[in-house]
Design a protein around this ligand. Structure first.
Ligand code: HEC
Length: 377
């Protein structure tokens, strides 16, 4: 029989508990690697949600562990991570009950986000009608595009991404941009100038983000809800620190009353909600992993350099060993390597960058497959 720990062993246990990966279970937080300033894998600071995640972990007395995972796939991203128990919390899901049926619980809100009219610095407007005769840049298939279509006399310019719409404004090719607000500070930094940012209040133009937790983890959701209540001012300060702000505010009831009453989800803005509508239903984790294997072995030809089924010709290229090599940071290493490639390797071999060759969805499928292949020693 073991006796109660002595003081010395208790101290040793406490030390162990303070180290990630030992006694205290880390809080595994899923974040999108490429949505500045909300969360991003690159740069010195990793974004608003990242910093909120760190604080949530600290408040829970658990080590913080990030799991980078693109949310382009909307609901599928949630299914593959949170609901497959790869992380405990996903930050940035829409604060909408029932998004994934009863399987997803939300705690929050985290941030209020929405569409903004972005104008050259110093410019302002009192009503949307003042946009008549102006060139207004919007993102394709966004709620802003739908709203703008109801206003005659404007000259719409449509882009694939909100960032491109903002760059058109910075270059003077557009007079205004009507986009969701998150990328604004980023493009301001890139262009080295400040815009005037006007919040637009109207149906489906504003929403809240939240922390998503799997249903099985209800006690965690309840704790997070409590903690987040007390953190609202702090979160707002972090958001401001990353450059999110409004220089003015207008209202626009653009939607016919009938549609408004139906209370439909805003489908434009949040990366998650945007694609939730398009993600093929019922594509479960198994099918995605199968697809990943096929992409790896034949379609994209990764196997050519990494060996069939990722059993590498040498240790450095054996992708089943990534978890051994990088431990919890292995998915970061994956995204870093596949998106940017590796020019400098010890062997002198080159890993090509795939960011322009393969889609996010393909790279995600490969990661899903590789996850199941990781060796433990
Ligand atoms: C032309 C050969 C080549 C092809 C094709 C290739 N890779 Fe690589 N890959 C490499 C080399 C070389 C390395 C670096 C190994 C090293 O660090 O020595 C590497 C590294 C990686 C790493 C980082 C491994 C680690 O442990 O740091 C990942 C992940 C990866 N490749 C994934 C892929 C995927 C996915 C594909 C297909 C979409 C692919 N590679 C296609 C040559 C290739």
């Amino acid at each position: 029989m073991r006796r109660l720990p002595t003081l010395a062993t208790a101290a040793a246990l406490a030390l162990l508990a303070a180290r990630p990966g030992t006694a205290a279970e880390p809080l595994r937080v899923c974040l999108d690697p490429g949505t500045p300033p909300l969360s991003m894998i690159r740069g010195e600071r990793h974004g608003i949600y990242y910093e909120v995640g760190e604080r949530l972990a600290a408040a829970l007395g658990r080590p913080f562990q990030v799991y980078w995972w693109p949310t382009d796939l909307g609901k599928r991203a949630i299914r593959l991570t949170l609901l497959a128990d790869r992380c405990d919390v996903m930050l940035g899901v829409p604060n909408v009950k029932g998004l994934m049926g009863p399987r997803l619980l939300v705690a929050g809100p985290l941030l209020e986000l929405g569409y903004v009219l972005v104008l050259p610095e110093g410019a302002s407007l009192a009503a949307v009608e003042e946009l008549r005769g102006k060139r207004v840049a919007v993102a394709f298939n966004s709620e802003a595009q739908n709203a703008l279509a109801t206003l005659d006399g404007v000259v719409p310019m449509t882009f694939r991404e909100p960032e491109q719409a903002l760059r058109a404004l910075a270059a003077g090719e557009a007079d205004a941009a009507f986009v969701w607000e998150a990328p604004v500070p980023w493009i301001e930094r890139e262009a080295g100038r400040r815009f005037s940012v006007i919040a637009v209040d109207g149906p489906r133009l504003r929403w809240q983000s939240a922390a998503g937790v799997a249903r099985a983890n209800k006690p965690l959701r309840d704790r997070l809800d409590e903690i987040l209540q007390g953190m609202r001012a702090e979160i707002a300060a972090i958001a401001r620190d990353y450059g999110l702000r409004y220089d003015g505010r207008i209202a626009w009831s653009w939607l016919p009353a009938t549609a408004e009453q139906r209370g439909e989800l805003p489908l434009g803005p949040s990366p998650i909600v945007r694609v939730a509508a398009e993600a093929p239903a019922g594509a479960d984790g198994q099918a995605i992993a199968e697809r990943g294997r096929d992409l790896f072995n034949s379609v994209l030809g990764c196997a050519h350099c990494h060996g069939p089924d990722a059993v590498g010709p040498d240790k450095a290229r054996d992708l089943r060993r990534m978890k051994i090599r990088y431990r919890t940071g292995w998915t970061d290493a994956y995204w870093e390597a596949v998106l940017e490639g590796r020019l400098q390797t010890r062997s002198g071999l080159v890993m090509p960058a795939w960011k322009d060759t393969a889609s996010r969805e393909e790279l995600e499928a490969i990661l899903a497959w590789l996850t199941d292949l990781q060796l433990s020693r």
